[in-house]
Design a binder for this molecule. Sequence first.
Ligand code: ADP
Length: 691
Amino acid sequence: MNPGLGKAWPSLRLALSNRWPRGQISLPRGRWLLWSALVTLLAGLLGLLIFLAHRYEVSALQSRLDAQANDLAASVHDSLMRNLRLFGALNPEQPTVWASQATDLLLQRPEMVRIEWRGEQMQLRLSQDAPGRSAPFGRLARAHSEADVKLSCSAALRFGTPTFSSSYFVLQEDGRGMELMDLCIPRKEAGVLTGYTVVSYSLGEILARGPGARLAQGQSLAFTDPDGTRLAIHGQLGEGGRQYTSRPLVDLPGNTLVLRLDTMQERPTLLPQPLTALVAALAAALSAVLTLLVRDMRRRQQVEQELADALAFRKAMENSLSTGLRARDLQGQITYVNPAFCRMVGFEAGELLLPGDAVPYWPPELAPTYKARQQDRYNNTAALRGGHESLFMRSDGTRFPVLIMEAPLINAQGKHTGWMSAVLDISEQKRAEELSRASQERLQAAARLAMVGEMASLLSHELNQPLAAIASYANGSINLLQDDQGRQAGAAPDHLHSDLLEALRRIGGQAERAGRVIRSVHDFVRRRDQRRESVPARDLVEAIMPLLALQARKLDVQLRIDLRADAPPVVCDRTMVEQVLLNLARNAMQAMQQDCEPLRELDLQVRPSSLNGRVWVEFSVSDVGHGINDEVARQLFTPFFTTKEEGMGLGLSLCRTVVEQHGGALHFQPRQPRGTTFKFTLPAGTGRLPP
Ligand code: ADP
């Protein structure tokens, strides 16, 4: 498990559990308010609907009653107006005929209780009461209602139409009363008023005969005063329920009657009424839907919460991973990268997800190879599992090695939609490998060096004797030759003798020099205190000149020595420094040797320099050879590194060690237009240093 993820895990769990305590979902306050408002609104709406439906039922009942009452009023009006035609047939000229005609009429129309014929001065001439019933004016004289009759007759005469009087109460002989209304019809012959026919109607009978028959059970019908006082009534009002009343007018000429129809109806209960029931059913359905909706909401919230949990977990995991994750679609286009991948390559996710062929973290020079390799791998998915190494480029242009493990990306439907890769930065791993390889090599080199050291000290020990012998033989030979020359004193100088003497002196000198070199190397290998002395720079150069000149002649190299006069003496182990100079010069000549360049020049310069407040002597050896490429430069001072067939690869590493042991530094630089310059510095000094 990733250590970063391990650390992030408890805090992630804490964060998630703080946000949504397990097993309970709390709605945010705003959402509660919304839901309460919705429920209240719906309840209000449903209440209003039920109330309106109820009111509609009540008004429908009232409308039906009004329609019935208007119908009854119209029938009363029509029947009274129709009766008018009947009175024209009455013939007052013949009283007996008139009486029988009037009797017939009274029998046919029981609502009429009396018919009178009056003269033009309203004086009563003939009268006929309804047969079979007590006379209406039997108890109370007709004179009491005379004013009403006269009033209606004068109005009838004035307007030329039959006119009804206002109603009046007449006490009957049986103690009960009767509400009567008179109708006055002026009679004219040849335009001259001959008298009036006055008909008395019983309001009670009008109700009973005409509309009374059409009343429903529990209904009552009445004529009322404008102030509501009942004048005549028919029917028995039912009990219980709500009373509905309708008051249509019966508009008669001269009088307007108020008809009042009452009925008792059960108050429409909420449910049995179809409309109310329908509304209530709708409300119930709506409530059920609302409940289901709320439940669905809660379930949805739960799913949302689980999704958010999963998402937060995934995000935390992605962020804490140190492995880079990258997804590609089937066309190779990057569709997803995690933060670790972005950190690794130094690009923003947005820059990596840009459509197009260019992949920003591919080194441009390798992009075509990578493209082809990617195609190959996608064609051969079996090869994907193992993983492969590659080289990526950061946004700053630096390259770094990575290990990529790739697998096909399969979606929830089992469809192959792309490729998923885990990318590991293996720079550290590579560096560690490189370090271990280098230290391994150093160990081997050190072991070989130690062996060389042993060999060198063995050789120096073994060679000392023969060299000493060579030197003493040379000295002996010189002595012999000089003695021989002494004996032949006076003879002409022999050239052979003198050449031999010189050669033998050189042999002796070189044998001594070889002995010194061997001693110095021995001391160097044994790390004994080297003998440091202050040596003029010129002496150092001159000491190696014979050997240098010899080699230069052999290799056809032109030597140029530039020794600055102000160069101070050098504090050093002169033999070792001479070896360093010799080594550098030999390398320089060999570098020019491999080349067909006709110009072969070696420059040896000595000049003073200063660094860190100290005076140094700088030696430089320059050639016009093939130069040093990067590959060689990296390993130049590594022991046993050589590009020559017969080389040992120890020269430069020894030179550097010698120079550094003196406190100086050895380095090289390319020379223009070609070749290389090796430079080293040695501390300047005067006089001999104490050992
Ligand atoms: P060796 O001379 O035995 O090869 P050195 O340590 O002296 O060992 O040199 C190591 C290598 O460095 C040589 O093999 C050669 O390739 C390279 N080299 C040294 N000096 C020069 C130079 N002046 N020009 C070009 N290459 C050089």
